[in-house]
Design a protein around this ligand. Sequence first.
Ligand code: ZN
Length: 154
Amino acid sequence: MSNVSVSSSGSTGPRGRGRIVGVPKRCWCGEEIVALISKSDSNPCRRYYRCGFAAKHRLKNDEHTFKWVDEALLNEIDTLKEKNGELEQELKKVKTESLEIEKIVCEKVQMKIEKEIFEKVEDALSEAKGSTKKMMIVLVIGCIIMIGFNKLVG
Ligand SMILES: [Zn+2]
């Protein structure tokens, strides 16, 4: 089988229980989070969030919350971006839905208008038919009378 390399996720991320996304509010141990400034050589003056308990006891290689402030803020921005995207999609959905509803309403109104017009036209037609029938009847009767009159005379 091929050697599929699985990238180890987040080696720079906070170690320990669960990945914290965004600014941590409280450590899993229940302790408040404090913001500190790193004095290490690798990250001098870099601000980070730390579990208050771990900071007080100067714990090292522990499982308490540790997160760089800049990373946390980047997470927050990412989450906001994601939310924005979701909102945009939601808005688009609502827009298309309302457009569809408008279309349906329009179609219904149009159908109603068409139906009304059709009914009116039919009424007019049947009326016209009636009057032409009457005219025909009058004409036929007239003819018969004329023929009869002619016969009488002739
Ligand atoms: Zn803690």
